[in-house]
Design a protein around this ligand. Structure first.
Ligand code: GLN
Length: 203
């Protein structure tokens, strides 16, 4: 049976994630209403602007249904703003921003600072680049958050390996929830989406 994976389609780089999922062989659907959320086997929360997405989750009556599906174990993958929304604690956000509290991490928004607002680098990604002969992952960061603290159940999958932010945590997983500070949906490298699809398939 083909998996159906939703992309939260309120704001941000929705189209890129839909394309990456389609190229990875699953059925992608944009999610804007509770009825669409009900039919998905997993959900992607795209990059964009986390405070805008937070507000729109309320406007579209999706906040409560999404929180309750996440609590019930719906697999989720957040990139960049999506990582921020999934986190349990956010530093440097608006006081009224709501989040989904599905991943036991503290994230700092726009953490890489003015000089490095956007940058690209190569990374090792546990479970992906450790395969025999695998290429490192090219990671694109755009006003990205980093993970400042991880709870006991959280696995670190990637860190920055060079430059001023060396050692900063930029990919994590806790059970069915995956998050990256960077944007694999813009590089044509489908390995992170495939990794998430495997998580959905085994959930
Ligand atoms: N800085 C954005 C935020 O706070 C995230 C940027 C992105 O998703 N590319 O939501």
């Amino acid at each position: 049976m083909t998996l159906t994976i939703g992309v939260l389609a309120l704001q941000g780089d929705v189209r890129e994630h839909l394309g990456a999922l389609e190229s990875s062989g699953v059925q992608p659907i944009p999610v804007r209403r509770p009825a669409e959320l009900e039919v998905v086997d997993g959900i992607v929360i795209p990059g964009g602007e986390s405070t805008a997405m937070s507000r729109l989750l309320g406007v579209f009556d999706l906040y409560d249904p999404l929180v309750s599906r996440l609590r019930a174990g719906l697999p989720a993958y957040g990139s960049c703003a999506g990582m921020i929304l999934l986190a349990s604690k956010i530093l440097d956000t608006r006081a009224d921003a709501r989040h989904l509290d599905a991943l036991d991490i503290t994230v700092r928004r726009n953490a890489f600072g003015r000089q490095t607002e956007s940058f690209e680098t190569n990374l090792q990604f546990a479970g992906i680049t450790d395969d025999d002969g695998a290429e490192p992952m090219h990671a694109v960061f755009i006003r990205a958050p980093w993970v400042e603290e991880t709870g006991p159940g959280v696995e670190v999958l990637a860190t920055v390996e060079s430059g001023p932010a060396t050692g900063r945590v930029v990919a994590v997983r806790q059970e069915n929830v995956l998050a990256t500070s960077f944007h694999p949906e813009v590089t044509g490298d489908l390995r992170v989406h495939q990794f998430f699809i495997d998580m959905v398939a085994t959930a």
